[in-house]
Design a protein around this ligand. Sequence first.
Ligand code: GLY
Ligand code: MN
Ligand code: MN
Length: 459
Amino acid sequence: MNTDTSPPARLPADPLPRHLDLLHRRWTDALGHHHFDCAVIAAGQSRPYFLDDQAPPFRANPHFQQWFPSDACEGSLLLIRPGQRPRLFFLKPDDYWHQPPELPEWAHAHFEISEHADAADVEQAALASAAGAGRHCAWISEQPVANQHSGQLNPQGLLDELHYLRACKSDFEIGCMREATRSAVLGHEAARALFESGRLVSEFELNLAYLAGAATTAGELPYASIVALNQHAGVLHYQHYDRQPPATARSFLIDAGARCNGYASDITRTYAAHLPPAPEIFHDLLKAMNAAQLDLIATIRPGLSFLELHIDMHRRLATILTDSGILRCSATSAFESGLTESFFPHGLGHLIGLQTHDVGGQQKNPAGDRQPPPENYPSLRLTRTLTPGTVVTIEPGLYFIPKLLDALKAGPQRNAVNWPALESLRPCGGIRIEDNVLITEKGTDNLTRTAFQQVQAQQ
Ligand code: GLY
Ligand code: MN
Ligand code: MN
């Protein structure tokens, strides 16, 4: 049972009512389009591991969390009715094993609330109110709610519409994401300072430095941090925290975020070691990737297709690989032959918000039509046209991944590669630079770079 009872953290109060008004309008329209009288949203419950009585940290149904931006909601239900205040059925178990959640003070201003000590009472009260609201109820829940007698569980059409619209953030949501970014940047700066301290440190220590700097527990993170030294930086979702420092530290890639009121940040930085040095070419590539990421972001405007942006990054990467002498062909041919895909095998970015990889990235419209990525970029999670209010990650990478390099070496394009240069880079693993970027009417607001500037100015 999560015990976080803090109000939406360090945010101006005004955007929350406007955020809830916006949600009310969205849900009223979507329920109408799909012929529902009301919706019941279940916050959900953390489920124990198989054959165990231990469970992972609770993570709320994102639809619930968008209405109720706090983690103190396990087992609660929410009734949404067009034209009426949302009704919260709040579970506060009479429990001495765990600290029961406290209803946050701000909630009283926005919801009709009843508190219940028993989960069965929460369900009964919600069922009775839903029955009073009409016959057609949409239930948005991971599990069927007991005794759910009418209506539909997770109707796809309704979810498609809500998932599509979720990409466009309210001012409240953007405020939460700025705060999640600020916390993560404090963690990144602490980890960077430790890496650059001149002492050989382990991934385990770097991870602890991150958590302390961000003032977060591992259970509160939006995703498990990637803390990778040397060749581990070439494992895209590297999941270990080696206890022992490596004999030599050449490179450090850290992909770590934070949460605020349920909203995520997702940030990656890569560093090259000076003592003893990483190969000079790795330092040069790092600078070139940073410049390319910033130049790419400078081209973003509403109306741009994210697929075009992804392709643009592949073209820029082709230039970096040929200018640095890693590839011995023209940049045009490096791009057109697909050579860059061996060095950058993931997508340029994704939607972010209540979930790190937020839903709806491959949707064409609220009706749920799909827009899958082309065959050569199967990992691209976002294929939409960018619109103001959307927050995306921009995370180009350049990796030296043994499996992909070995395939290249055995394939028809092997002569286009300067293998001695590439072999010197393998121990550095790779580079990723990831920012969270808000699309505005005129271009972008880079939440991550702004936060780094603010935090560094205060150091
Ligand atoms: N941290 C996961 C990602 O960047 O998508
Ligand atoms: Mn990401
Ligand atoms: Mn990331």
